[in-house]
Structures are given as C-alpha cells and as structure tokens.
Design a protein around this ligand. Sequence first.
Ligand code: SAJ
Length: 432
Amino acid sequence: MKRVTVIGLGYIGLPTAVVFASRGFGVIGVDVDVKKVEAVNSGRCYIGEPGLDGLLREAVSKGFLRATTDAVEAVRESDAAVIAVPTPVRGGVADLSYLREALESIRRGLHRGLLVVIESTIPPGTTVGFAKPLLEESGLRVEEDFYLAHVPERIAPGKAIYELLHEPRVVGGVEARSTEKALELYSRVNSKLYPTDATTAEFVKLVENTFRDLNIAFANLLALMAEKLGIDAYEAIRLANTHPRVNIHMPGAGVGGPCLTKDPYMLASLYREFWGTQLIELARRINEYMPRHTVKIIERALGDAGLIVRGAKIAVLGAAYKGGVDDTRESPAKHVVKELLEKGARVVVYDPYTSESFGAERAESLENAVRDADVVVIVTDHPEFKALDLEGIAKLVRHRVVVDGRRVVEPHQAIKYGFKYYGIGCGRAFKP
Ligand code: SAJ
C-alpha cells in the first residue's frame, strides 16, 4: 500500500492525512472546501493542533501530501480511501448525508484492491448495512474485489498527533480479509491495533464516549448535591477516587465538543425499550443543563454583591469547549454567553486560542476583559487560566467576584486577593 486518500480535512482528517504522509505514504487530501484545499497545498495549517503545522509543511514540501476537491480522481489513484467526514445528529438521528456523498465518490473511483475505511463515528450497522451495499452498486464485491472496514477515530483535539501514533485503535473489517487489509494500513502508523468486526467497532466507539458522558453527568449531579449540602464536590470526588475501583470525572460548566454532545444520542437510539434510552438521555440532559446552572451561580454571585445581571460587566474567560484548543464547537461558553446577553449583561469574552465571542464583545487581552468587571467567570480550563495573576486582576476589576466553572482557581488563592469565590460544585464558603 502506497497511496492513501483522506476524505474530509477537518480536525480528524487533516492530522490523519499528515500522519500517513509522515510515514511515507503518498497522501491526497480531499475536501469540498476550496479554501482548505488551497491552504494544504500551500503548506498552511488552519487548525490549532500542536505539532501539526510543522509536519504538514514538511509533508507538502517533500511531495508526500497534496489536496484536491476531486474525490473520484483521488480514489482512482489510491490504494486506500479513508473517510473522516462529519456525521451530525439531528433530532436524535445521525445525518449520514456527508458520509453518503463520500461513499458515492468512492464508488465512482472504486477499483480492484481498494481498501475503504470509515473513521467517522456512525450508528452500529452502518458499515455493513449502508456502506457495503452502496459501494457494491459499482458491480465490485467486497472481500473479493475490494475491502471495507470501520476504524473509529479516537483523537482528542490538542493531542491529535500523539494519539494517532500511540493510542490503541480498534480495527473492524466487514469480513476477515478487510480486517487484515486495514491492519496492514494502520500498522504503518500505530503498533497498538485491536482487530474485530465492523459493527463491534462502531459500537465500541459510541460506548467510549457515552461512558465518558455518563461519568461526567454523574460528577455534575454530585456537584449540584454538594452545593445543597454545603460541601465541595471536587474534594469529595478526589476523596472518592482514592478508592482503588472508583474513577469519577470532574464536574464543570458543561460538556461541549462535537463528540460527547452527539455520540450518546446515536447509542441511545439503538434501544428505545424501557429505561435503555433514559439512562443515556438523562445524562445528556444533566450535562446540557450545566451552562444554565453556571448562569444561576453568576446571578447569585452578583446578587450577593448587590448587583443584578442587567447592566453588569461580566468577563467570560474561555470560548473553546475545552482547555488548550481553539475548537468552539458545541462549547458550553456559547450557552453561558447567550443567556447572559439575553438577560442584559455586558459580556466581554477573552480566549487566548480563538477569536470567537458568540455575539459578545471580544477582548484582545486578559487585562481588557477583566478591567472594571463586576464578575470574572471561567468557563474553559485553558492552561493560561490555571496560572491567573489574581493579584493583578484584583487591581483591575470593579468587584472582586470570581465564578469558577472548571475549578482552575484555587479558592484560597482567590480569597487571599480579596475575591469572593463561587464555583460549580462548591457549596462550601471558603474562608480567608
Ligand atoms: N469535561 C468535563 N469533565 C471532565 C472531562 C471533560 O466536564 O472530567 C468536558 C470538557 O470540558 C469538554 C467535554 O467534556 O467540554 C468533552 O471533552 P473531552 O476531553 O472529554 O472529549 P473530546 O470531545 O475532546 O474528545 C473525546 C475523546 N473521548 C474520550 O476521552 C473518551 C476522544 O478520545 C475521542 O476521539 C473524541 O471524543 C471523539 O472524537 O469522539
């Protein structure tokens, strides 16, 4: 196998294409967006992923990577076609239209010996029940003429390159030969491969993210309880996690990103009987509620300072959905900002990774965001916010009030500099 086409040059597809190119494959990246294609061809990286920029430039300059909008031609020239297009969930149902488009292009370029891999997250049964018959409309037969597998992506934005090379991958072919072919391709970039069948691989991917979502929902529920009990949920979870068989995640201002917000719905749709769906959907509802809960804490904090939301200057630190990335898809910050704006606050957003501000004012610096603020709200756990200069901020704000949605500020530190500290899951009044 020498040439690989990667369809969809987003947060998953672009690092994937670059990593294959870095291992000596001739890679053709395909995207419908001409701007992305032009960027790749001029060696320019358009996503903020550590290490990607340099690898991409090198791959393009050495001739291992190029991009095009012509998927059919790219597939004709390739030994493998990897699909990394979005599969959004709308109304609880997976929208497979981008996947269909990619598969139709592949069908038109399909040739003997081609390996087709779907990396996009899909409902279990899609590879065998949807992709296989669609590709076989070409007249070629899977396992005899071409190969088909699901190798779910497992990239966490911010760690993409490392994870592609070092984190285990599940490799599920529709039959044994397809699994073998997919193992052959991925063994060139990663040594921890777990073979299975395509439907199990699809299921496993949804299980991983749903487990994480359920775990975080449990943590968030504990946070709401701790607030009522007058104790600190973070301390309680930390202590519970000292038990050798307990591993509870952390509560926070919400669960964002393109995966955890939708994958659980794909899994839930498989078993509508009785309580099957309830367990998963309730977890989603708890996590979807957290941005609103954050706003409630902000209202309480302002109320304690004799203020109301209308007219208050609120500095929101963080627009990205998680720390260390520029990705704002499904970010909890969006919901927090929108609700505060609707309630008449003057919201200023600062994020060192992205210029997104969800319709609020955007500050170019932390100083400008917090100057004259009535409350400082932390929504994203960026590393920069874990090292906030509270002493400096204390001198700039109008009221020393902090609402910590991610427990990035140490409460005692905040209090030391005269702040009143509020946070998700923080029922305890921290004293100086
Ligand atoms: N979050 C919490 N509490 C926690 C952990 C996370 O509130 O204890 C929040 C984050 O702030 C963020 C959201 O959850 O808003 C999701 O962040 P994440 O880091 O859990 O996940 P993603 O979406 O960046 O990446 C996940 C990863 N899955 C797992 O860690 C199980 C990644 O491996 C997947 O490849 C990716 O989803 C995907 O594409 O499915």
